[in-house]
Design a protein around this ligand. Structure first.
Ligand SMILES: [Zn+2]
Length: 387
């Protein structure tokens, strides 16, 4: 019988927040993977890391960092100001905010990941949103760089990429079908549910090892299916960052209370209180010094120097994402903040040099040039796809 198998397929499997420290503690495809290694991440959240994976560029180059940045003239949230007088019993409800996010997204035709989180309605009109476009579609990167998918499209390589809006089961089933058809030569499988489990339960929860065991079984099935149709199946697994267990919280916002500092939010300064960092923009002379005075006594975090931000590739043009960054120590959650009011068990977005921030890379093949940093994945994927 004639051999109708295709020559080879490369499967790239992205698992959100499956960090090196978590991989080390759990058994995962031990007999399949020839390489398991730490992968240096970039400073930021998935909104920073994912564009780096897809383009090989540092944050300052691709222009993605956190979702919100100061830009009142072009804020898509001007209408939200009208909702500010509503009682917080209504505006703080997750459901209300999810509906609002959906309405705004539809109104502006945004195709990216769009969420207003816990951003206060009275301040939203000061901010613009950084991920308006779908990163996985052509033209999705703010800096205009092509992604690995653009290279695949241009070269005419048949490939599959998961829909990040769909759940893991759907994405795995879809890929299984595509492997069965045997037409694709490259696949990017997007799995994001572990991130949610780690945020909710921390890195030592049974749900985490259960999830890893589930991934193990799913990948084995995918490999078996691929093996029916392809002579060679090359598997590369990686994450964007790790996860730190939250052991403390820091109510940084309260240090900036107008009654203590005399500074008014929006008039004197504007800030975003992300889960692990506060970012400030100053509107008058002397405000910077007063803010520094107000927060520098807080020992659960520190002000990042411009040199450090530059070293991490986060020296953005025009200081777009903030003129001053205050970063929490690993394991300290800035809470309450604009991302959430209540503490959670796990968080990421601390110093990229912290062990728990480190991402991972694993493969069933040993490449001559192993990816060591998140920025290396782009070249690895292109080389594997031959584009
Ligand atoms: Zn996360």
């Amino acid at each position: 019988m004639q051999n109708t198998k295709k020559k080879r397929i490369t499967i790239c499997l992205f698992i959100d927040a499956f960090g090196w420290e978590i991989l080390k503690k759990n058994s995962f495809l031990d007999d399949v993977l020839k390489v398991k290694a730490p992968l240096e991440t970039v400073f930021g959240y998935s909104s920073t890391c994912d564009p780096t994976i897809l383009t090989g560029k540092l944050p300052r180059e691709h222009g993605h960092f956190s979702f919100f940045y100061y830009n009142p003239p072009e804020s898509p949230f001007r209408s939200c100001r009208l909702l500010a007088p509503l009682p917080s019993a209504i505006t703080s409800r997750g459901r209300v905010r999810r509906v609002m996010s959906r309405l705004l997204q539809k109104f502006y035709g945004y195709t990216g990941y769009f969420q207003i989180y816990n951003m206060p309605f009275k301040h939203l009109h000061l901010f613009d949103y950084s991920e308006k476009k779908d990163l996985y579609m052509p033209g999705g990167i703010n800096g205009g760089q092509p992604t690995v998918f653009d290279f695949l499209r241009k070269a005419g390589v048949p490939f599959a990429v998961s829909d990040w809006r769909k759940n893991e089961k759907h994405n795995i089933e879809t890929l299984t079908q595509q492997l069965d058809e045997g037409k694709i030569e490259f696949a990017y499988l997007y799995l994001a549910e572990m991130d949610g489990i780690l945020h909710a339960q921390g890195t030592n929860a049974k749900a985490v090892s259960d999830k890893i065991a589930w991934y193990d079984a799913q990948v084995r099935q995918l490999l078996a299916k691929a093996g029916e149709k392809y002579e060679e199946v090359r598997l590369h697994i990686f994450s964007d960052h790790g996860m730190a267990d939250v052991r403390d919280t820091c109510p940084l916002m309260s240090l900036l209370d107008e009654s203590k500092t005399g500074l008014k939010f929006g008039r004197d300064y504007t800030a975003v209180f992300d889960s692990t960092m506060a970012r400030f923009w100053f509107h008058h002379e002397g405000v910077r010094e007063k803010v520094i005075e107000a927060i520098s006594g807080e020992k659960k975090g520190r002000i990042l120097s411009d040199e450090e931000l530059a070293e991490w590739g986060c020296d953005f043009e025009g200081k777009k994402y903030g003129e001053l960054f205050f970063l929490m120590n690993p394991g300290v959650l800035l809470c309450p903040g604009f991302m959430g009011e209540r503490p959670i068990a796990g968080m990421h977005g601390y110093a990229p040099t912290d062990a728990n921030s480190t991402a991972m890379y694993a493969s069933n093949v040993v490449l001559e040039k192993q990816p060591r940093r998140l920025t290396d994945l782009f070249c690895m994927m292109r080389s594997e796809a031959g584009v």
